[in-house]
Each structure stands twice: as C-alpha cells, then as structure tokens.
Design a protein around this ligand. Structure first.
Ligand SMILES: CC(C)(COP(=O)(O)OP(=O)(O)OC[C@H]1O[C@@H](n2cnc3c(N)ncnc32)[C@H](O)[C@@H]1OP(=O)(O)O)[C@@H](O)C(=O)NCCC(=O)NCCS
Length: 130
C-alpha cells in the first residue's frame, strides 16, 4: 500500500462565520496532501489534478487549534493517471472516524508539452509497497 500523511494546524484565518473550519480550506488541504503523495510517487512536479470523483463528505466540524491529519492512500493506477482516497482526521480526538473524506482524487502525469504521459506504474502498485 502506498500511503502518505501530512498535517495542518487550524488557525484563525481558516475559520468560517459559524466558528468551524471553512470547507474550502479543507478541500485545498486535501488537494495539496494528495499532490504531495503524487509528487513523491512521480518524482516530478509535472502533473495536474484532473478530477474528484465519488464525492466529498464533511462528516464532523473541525475547530480552531485542531491538528488535522491528512492521509492519502493510492487506490487506482491507470496509464497516465493515478488516484488517491484522502481521509482527514483530528489528532487526539475521541472521535476516531474521519472528519472529511474525498473518495477519489485523480492526477495525470504530463509531458513537457502538457499532454498526458504514461507513468509506467503497474496497477499492482495499489497493493504493493514501492
Ligand atoms: C490533465 C489534462 C492534460 C488531461 O488531458 P485530457 O485530454 O483529459 O487527457 P485524456 O483524456 O487523454 O486522459 C488522460 C488520463 O486522465 C484521466 N482522466 C481525464 N479526465 C478524467 C476524469 N474526469 N475523471 C477521471 N479520470 C480522468 C483519463 O482516464 C486518463 O487516464 P489513463 O491514461 O490513466 O487511462 C487536462 O485535462 C488538463 O490540463 N486539465 C487541467 C488540469 C488543471 O489545471 N488542474 C488544476 C491545477 S493542478
């Protein structure tokens, strides 16, 4: 399994008017966390987010001062694309279920001209540790 984790601290500028983490900030963190995982797999920054599939679930509110753990798990390997599931959890929360889940975020590797480029990974990478 290829899994990578990153953390973010909830600061005042991340809050919405209701006193919880703004959902758009969480989505940006999730996109970045998965992009970091893709960067570590591709060994190049020449890739793009192309789709979020299967929806986004905001299951629990996140509050000021919370430490958010973002875990990206490789779930699909195509010819030029890869996809991650990303789960966000709050560190030390008594609630052990994810606060937010993106079921599938898809990245495409690109060549110098910006066209999709075969990455050469096998679908078996989903179950292997590279
Ligand atoms: C990434 C980009 C070059 C792909 O071009 P494209 O014409 O869609 O390419 P293709 O149709 O040949 O698809 C390439 C791969 O992406 C996958 N893909 C494309 N659109 C997809 C979608 N909506 N959902 C899932 N996968 C998708 C295809 O299945 C294919 O995967 P595979 O090679 O592993 O089978 C182009 O869509 C693009 O530049 N998009 C903008 C990206 C961007 O700016 N993102 C935000 C900032 S990073």
């Amino acid at each position: 399994m290829f899994i990578r984790s990153t953390e973010r601290l909830v600061r005042p500028e991340h809050m919405n008017a209701a006193g919880a983490l703004f959902g758009g900030v969480m989505l940006a963190w999730i996109d970045e966390a998965a992009a970091i995982a893709a960067r570590q797999l591709f060994h190049t920054p020449r890739f793009a987010t192309v789709a979020i599939k299967g929806g986004v679930e905001f299951r629990h509110p996140v509050y000021l001062g919370d430490l958010v753990l973002l875990r990206s798990t490789l779930i699909k390997v195509g010819r030029t694309s890869i996809a991650f599931r990303v789960e966000a959890e709050v560190f030390d929360s008594p609630n052990k279920t994810p606060v937010c889940v993106v079921h599938e975020i898809v990245f495409v590797l690109k060549d110098q001209q910006g066209k999709p480029f075969p990455h050469g990974f096998s679908p078996s990478l989903v179950t292997q540790t590279p």
